[in-house]
Design a protein around this ligand. Structure first.
Ligand code: GDP
Length: 457
């Protein structure tokens, strides 16, 4: 869709981290950020909103002999800071996933768990290339860190190490991937990372194996995603809203990942809103201040422009109604109406079908709302209203209008009950279900309906 009239440049691939709860997603992201910072090179890490940028230089500094930077022309890797398949499947770019690649974290002692399976399904459905991080190897019996520095290892050392690591747990993960329809192997045996899923044994705790993971991700992107990374760096910026946040002095702002073109201060942008697309003018583009200052100085740094791929906070009037997961488009070389139509078309793909009766659904992003709607459709639960945002008094009022007792319910996915709605809920004949796992939310609701029906018999 982008008109590549200007010289194309390669942007940074966007990486998401997925996996079952407690398998180490947050720790892995922290370690990647931490080691990039301690690498200490100039420009080792750029501060972002909602994402962490690890430049190629830093990766090669961490990875030592594992990587020859001259083999690469992609600039590095941009990790989305919010882990979980929730943030993966619900954050889109032009109808596809916002993330270009994924890391599936699996606790090497725990193996596949329900959310691992869910994540795999999502990755398969979206055709997203991924790498498995077999995490917590420091706790694996038979794991011997004395086997050698993984960064400096030679081919011989690799096979030595393989023997000690190829314990049952790793084999089991490879087997489980195979059951799920993916041919997989330990990463140093994989030639073609598109055909075979590379499994990288690592420890988010000790950092061992993390450079290997970054190297594999870099190689995968360079070999298989180079064409998708070609963008017109001066083209009108396109991004996805991660979060809508009130910021003192700025009012409502949107944390955004820019995945194409450039966004400049003063640009007119169209942002997906709860009712209509919002047309507004950027007052400020904000980045966190450099790390050292962050503790003392909470202020953001204003920047003139942000090019893809990067995270940035956009401050502009009228963003209160903006929706997480919605598109952000710069109006340049086109009319406002054209861009508004584009945003509408993109949002229409995520339209949720509602009925005259049913439950009220609230979710934190558009994509998660869609995922909720799909799950409810499969469970044959009609939806009265579906919206992005926290649970407000209005939602309780709407839920009360449902004309069947068992439908007077609000299903909140990854959202909070607003304080001013608490007493309304107490006084209303409305049941609230909240969960951060979709299938559990639907199950809780179904169980409630069943019990209610049983009680009535
Ligand atoms: P998440 O829910 O997937 O984000 O998991 P967390 O990153 O919060 O990790 C869950 C728990 O596992 C925490 O107590 C971590 O300290 C621990 N953990 C994570 N990675 C490792 C690892 O490599 N080794 C060990 N021993 N513990 C880990």
């Amino acid at each position: 869709m982008t008109d590549h009239t200007h010289a194309d440049t390669l942007r940074t691939p966007i990486v998401a981290v997925l996996g079952h709860v407690d398998h180490g997603k947050t720790s892995l992201l922290d370690t990647i950020r931490g080691s990039a910072v301690s690498e200490g090179e100039a420009g080792a890490i750029t501060q972002h909103i909602g994402a962490t940028d690890i430049p190629l230089d830093t990766i090669s500094g961490m990875a030592g002999e594992l990587i020859d930077p001259s083999d690469f022309d992609l600039p590095g890797l941009l990790f989305i800071d919010t882990p979980g398949h929730h943030s993966f499947s619900t954050l889109r770019a032009r109808g596809g996933a916002l993330a270009d690649i994924a890391v599936l974290v699996v606790d090497v002692n725990d193996g596949f768990q329900p959310q691992t399976e869910e994540a795999i399904d999502i990755l398969r459905r979206t055709g997203t290339p991924f790498v498995v991080a077999a995490n917590k190897v420091d706790t694996t019996p038979g794991w011997n860190p004395q086997d050698g520095d993984p960064i400096q290892k030679s081919m011989d050392a690799q096979s030595e190490r393989a023997k000690s690591m190829l314990d049952e747990n790793l084999y089991e993960i490879i087997g489980q991937l195979s059951d799920a329809g993916f041919s997989a192997d330990l990463y140093w045996r994989v030639q073609d990372f598109q055909k075979n899923i590379g499994v990288v044994p690592l420890s988010a705790l000790t950092g061992e194996g993390v450079p290997d993971l970054l190297t594999v991700l870099m190689g995968l992107s360079q070999r298989f995603m180079k064409e998708e990374m070609a963008i017109d760096v001066t083209g009108p910026g396109e991004g996805t809203v991660l979060e809508v946040k009130d910021e003192r002095g700025f009012g409502a702002t949107v944390d955004t990942v820019v995945y194409d073109g450039v966004i400049r201060n003063g640009d007119t942008v169209v942002v997906g809103g709860q009712d209509e697309p919002i047309v507004t003018e950027i007052r400020a583009l904000l980045r966190p201040r450099p790390l050292a200052e962050i503790r003392t100085e909470k202020e953001f740094e204003k920047v003139g422009e942000v090019g893809a791929a990067a995270g940035v906070k956009i401050a502009a009037p009228d963003l209160d109604q903006a929706m997480a997961g919605a598109p952000v488009r710069v109006v340049r070389d086109r009319t406002v109406d054209q861009v508004v139509d584009e945003v509408k078309a993109e949002l229409a793909e995520i339209e949720v079908e509602t009925a005259d009766n049913g439950v009220v659904v609230k979710a934190d992003t558009l994509g998660s709302l869609e995922a909720m709607a799909n799950a409810l459709r499969e469970a044959e639960v009609p939806i009265l209203r579906a919206e992005v945002g926290d649970i407000a008094p209005r939602d309780i009022a709407v839920a009360e209008t449902a004309n069947q007792d068992e439908h007077k319910a609000i299903l909140g996915f990854n959202v909070d009950l607003l304080q001013n709605a608490e007493s309304d809920l107490e006084n209303a004949d409305v049941k609230l279900f909240k969960n951060e796992v979709i299938y559990q939310l639907v199950e809780d609701y179904e169980r409630y309906v069943e019990e209610k029906q049983r009680a009535q018999q």
